[in-house]
Write a protein that binds this ligand. Sequence first.
Ligand code: NAP
Length: 298
Amino acid sequence: MMPNPSSIPGIDALWPLCLDIVAQRRGHAAPQQWDAHSPLAWDASQGFALRGVWDDGAVELFDLLKPVLDRPRKSKPWLIGQLGQSLDGCVATHGGDSNYVNGPEVLVHLHRLRALSDAVIVGAGTAAIDDPQLTTRHVAGAHPVRVLLDPELGLPPTLRVFSDRQAATLLACDATRAAEAANRVGADQVLGVRGLTGVEGGLNLRALTAALEARGLRVLFVEGGGVTVSRFIAQGCLDRLHLSVAPVIIGAGRPGLQLPRSAAMVDCMRPSVRIFRMGFDVLWDLDLRAEQPEAPRS
Ligand SMILES: NC(=O)c1ccc[n+]([C@@H]2O[C@H](COP(=O)([O-])OP(=O)(O)OCC3O[C@@H](n4cnc5c(N)ncnc54)[C@H](OP(=O)(O)O)[C@@H]3O)[C@@H](O)[C@H]2O)c1
């Protein structure tokens, strides 16, 4: 007998399960046995899988989120980045306006990624221009720890994240400037990272992720902007990137990815990709640890 379409579970039923998985990963809930009666199956080599009949939206969302959901409890840091960009590769106008490059579906997705991550990281440019809250207010789920990468200590202490107390906030700077940062925003909101600056080629992002790992923050979401996401990729620190392309042409705006030039096409990165429709936008899910199997080679 065909199931009654109205009784087929969808995203509303799936999302709480995703939050359960994350709560268990963080050790906030007792590990659950995903037995034969559970809507999810779990296997050590394959990770999570949906069991039974689900509607198309839930199946697609599960597929998209599975790489995040499959993170083991005590894994090394795992980083996912995102950029919402125009057809001409900009994440904001020249003046910094990015509200909104993408449609509402991508905004909800962004908040879902925050809810599934232990910490959300933004660059100083984004923090200064957007004064973001970095919460999960468009979805159910706990707020991540908010990390502002500000090695130059140029951010004003009046930013909302330093006083709204909606979630923990960490201003990340070099350990040598931690006391100075503490004077501005309070010691409890400073992450002094040993060796963050002073290395050739700019910020040492591995030192940052190690400092976050030491605080138990392992699944890290690099939300922007273009300079910051590019730095993580250039240093080989990003595992995955969600690049959401909107049907808008910004023209001479702030660029998204800015990476060192390649001499020839054969040298270019060709990460393994999956494509998801998000309203009128197209989300490219890039696995930066895997190459396209069919990548053209000379
Ligand atoms: N569409 C999206 O998905 C998305 C996501 C996040 C942000 N955004 C937009 O992206 C823009 C920011 O991105 P971005 O690539 O320019 O920067 P970013 O990656 O957020 O931060 C990078 C850096 O911030 C800089 N910085 C720039 N202005 C600053 C200021 N006023 N105070 C302190 N530090 C500052 C530093 O510059 P130096 O290296 O020169 O010292 C630093 O290298 C904003 O307009 C934001 O709205 C879009």
